[in-house]
Design a protein around this ligand. Structure first.
Ligand code: MSP
Length: 477
C-alpha cells in the first residue's frame, strides 16, 4: 500500500497542574484528525507532550514541597496516563526536559545565531507569568492580563533578542502564497493584521533563572519558554526528519496562535527549515462565559466526565457542541442533554433496534436498496467535505441525519411487522448495512463505540450474523 506520511501535533502543556477540559479539547481535536487520517490510509505521527522548563513548574514544585525533578516526572507521568485513559492515539510524547529536546534546542539556537538573528539587548517591560509572555499596555484590562486577571510584573534585564522584525515581509509573502496556513479563516485574518501592523524583535532568553535550558555559551541566561517550547515539534523527529517532512498540522488554542503562526514560522525561516503546513486554532471553552483555567478556579475535570459519561460521550460533546474555531460554553446540563438525546436515544437506540431485528434473522448478503445507497454516499461526501473544513460538528450532524433516515425507515415500513420473508430480510439488510456504515465512519470520532458496534457483526461466507447491541449509552438522569 502507498502510505502518505502525516504529522500532527498538540501544544505541549504546562505541568503546574493537572489537565482540565480545555486541554482535553485541543488534544481531542488533534486526535480526531489523526484518527481520520489513519482511517483514510495515512501513516500518522501524532505528537503531544509537556512544557516543563517554565517558572510555573518551579513554583508548582515548591508549592507541593517536592524536588523539581521528581515533581516534573510525576506530573508528566500523570498527563501521559490521563491521555491514555482518554484513549488519545499519540505516537510520541515529548518532555522538554528530555535530552533529545535539549540537543535540538541548542542546534536550533546555533542556526538562528549563525543567521545573525540573535543579539544581546536590554529588555524592559511587563511580563505575565500565566501566559509566559511579555504584554503591551494596550493588551491589559484594568492593568491586568485579561486571561489570568493578574497584574503583570515589571521586568528590566539584559536578554538575547530574536530579530523577528526582519521577517515581516517574508511572513506576509508566505501567508499570501499559502491561503490556508491558518484556519479557521477569521483567525488567519487576525494574524495577518497583526503582522501588517509591524513586528518588533522579541526577547528569547531570561536572566537569573535556575531552571530551563541555558543559552549556549552564556549560562547566565536560560532560553525563554517559547523559544524552547516551540522547538519540541522538531525535537520529536529530529532536524533531518523535519527537513524531510515538517508538521502538516499544529493544533493549538487561539491563545497561542500568534506564537505558532508568526514567531514559529519566522524561527524556521531563520533556521533555514521548512514551514509547517497549517496551524489550526480552537476557541476557548468557557463556563458561564468565563475561560476555563486553573488560575480562575473554574476547571472542569475531563477524567471525571469520562468516568461518568464515557470517553466517547466526552468526545462527542466537545466535537458536536462547539463549532470549531469559536468559543463554546460547557455546562453539565448541556452535556447531559446531548448525551441523552443524541447518544442514548439517537445512536444507542438505533443500534439496539436494528440489532434486535437482525439477530433473529439469517441474513444473506443482498444488494442494498438504491435509496440507502444514495443516502450513505451523500453522508460520506458531506463528512469528507466537513472534515476538510474542520467542521466536526457538521460532520457529526450529517452522520446523525443518516441515523434519522434509518429510524424513519423502520417506523414507516414497520419493519418488525413485515410478513413476507424476502421483503423483511431486505429491509433489515438495508438497516444493518446502514448501521455498519455508521460504525465505520464514526471511527475517528467515537472510537470505542465504533468498535463495539463493529464487533457485533460477523460474516461467514455470505451470511451476516448480528449480535444484539445492548445499551451503548445507558440513559443518565
Ligand atoms: N505550554 C504552552 C504551549 C506551548 S506549545 C509549543 C501552553 N500550555 S497550556 O497548558 O497553558 O495550554 C495549552 C493549550 O491548552 C492552549 O493553547 C489551548 O489549546 C488549550 N487550552 C487551555 N485552556 C483552554 C480553554 N479554556 N479552552 C480551550 N482550550 C484551552 O500554553
Amino acid at each position: 500500500m502507498d502510505y502518505e506520511k502525516f504529522y500532527i501535533t498538540t501544544p505541549i502543556y504546562y505541568i503546574n497542574d493537572k489537565l482540565h477540559i480545555g486541554h482535553a479539547y485541543t488534544t481531542i481535536i488533534a486526535d480526531t484528525i489523526a484518527r481520520w487520517r489513519r482511517f483514510r490510509g495515512d501513516d500518522v505521527l501524532f505528537l503531544t507532550g509537556t512544557d516543563e522548563n517554565s517558572q510555573k513548574t518551579v513554583e508548582a514544585a515548591k508549592k507541593s514541597g517536592e524536588e523539581i525533578i521528581s515533581y516534573t516526572d510525576r506530573l508528566a507521568g500523570a498527563w501521559e496516563t490521563a491521555w491514555e485513559k482518554l484513549r488519545i492515539s499519540n505516537t510520541d510524547f515529548i518532555r522538554t526536559t528530555e535530552e533529545r529536546h535539549i540537543t535540538t534546542v541548542n542546534d536550533f539556537w546555533e542556526r538562528l545565531r549563525a543567521a545573525d538573528d540573535i543579539y544581546l539587548g536590554k529588555y524592559e517591560g511587563l511580563y505575565c507569568k500565566g501566559c509566559e509572555a511579555f504584554k503591551k499596555e494596550d493588551e491589559l484590562v484594568d492593568e491586568c492580563c485579561p486571561d489570568h486577571k493578574t497584574v503583570p510584573e515589571f521586568i528590566s534585564e539584559e536578554n538575547y533578542f530574536f530579530r523577528l522584525s526582519r521577517y515581516q515581509k517574508q511572513l506576509l509573502d508566505f501567508y499570501e502564497a499559502h491561503g490556508d496556513f491558518v484556519a479557521p479563516a477569521h483567525r488567519f485574518q487576525e494574524v495577518k493584521s497583526f503582522v501588517e501592523g509591524g513586528l518588533e524583535d522579541i526577547s528569547f532568553s531570561r536572566e537569573k533563572q535556575d531552571w530551563g535550558i541555558p543559552v549556549p555559551n552564556d549560562p547566565r541566561q536560560v532560553i525563554y519558554v517559547w523559544a524552547d517550547a516551540l522547538v519540541n515539534y522538531v525535537s520529536s523527529i529530529g532536524i533531518e526528519g523535519w527537513e524531510e517532512h515538517p508538521a502538516d498540522i499544529h493544533a493549538v488554542g487561539k491563545d497561542i496562535l500568534r506564537f505558532h503562526a508568526v514567531i514559529w514560522p519566522a524561527m524556521l525561516m531563520s533556521a533555514g527549515l521548512p514551514l509547517p503546513g497549517q496551524v489550526i486554532a480552537n476557541g476557548y471553552l468557557t463556563v458561564g462565559g468565563v475561560k476555563i483555567s486553573k488560575s480562575l478556579g473554574n476547571a472542569v475535570d475531563p477524567m471525571d466526565l469520562a468516568e461518568r459519561y464515557g470517553v466517547d460521550a466526552l468526545r462527542y460533546f466537545l466535537l458536536r457542541e462547539v463549532p470549531y474555531g469559536h468559543d463554546g460554553d460547557y455546562s453539565e446540563e448541556k452535556m447531559k442533554e446531548r448525551y441523552n438525546a443524541d447518544l442514548a436515544n439517537g445512536l444507542g437506540n438505533f443500534a439496539a433496534r436494528v440489532s434486535t431485528l437482525a439477530e433473529k434473522e439469517e441474513l444473506k448478503a443482498l444488494s442494498l436498496d438504491i435509496e440507502f445507497e444514495n443516502q450513505i454516499n451523500v453522508t460520506n461526501g458531506v463528512v469528507v467535505k466537513k472534515m476538510e473544513e474542520l467542521k466536526f460538528n457538521d460532520a457529526l450532524a450529517a452522520i446523525w441525519e443518516l441515523l434519522s433516515f434509518g429510524d424513519r425507515y423502520v417506523n414507516e415500513k414497520k419493519v418488525w411487522a413485515i410478513v413476507d420473508n424476502d421483503n423483511r430480510r431486505q429491509a433489515i439488510f438495508n438497516l444493518v448495512m446502514l448501521l455498519e456504515k455508521v460504525a465505520i465512519i464514526l471511527k475517528p470520532f467515537l472510537p470505542e463505540t465504533s468498535e463495539k458496534i463493529s464487533n457485533a457483526f460477523q460474516r461467514e461466507g455470505d451470511v451476516i450474523y448480528v449480535k444484539k447491541i445492548d445499551a451503548l449509552f445507558p440513559r443518565i438522569k
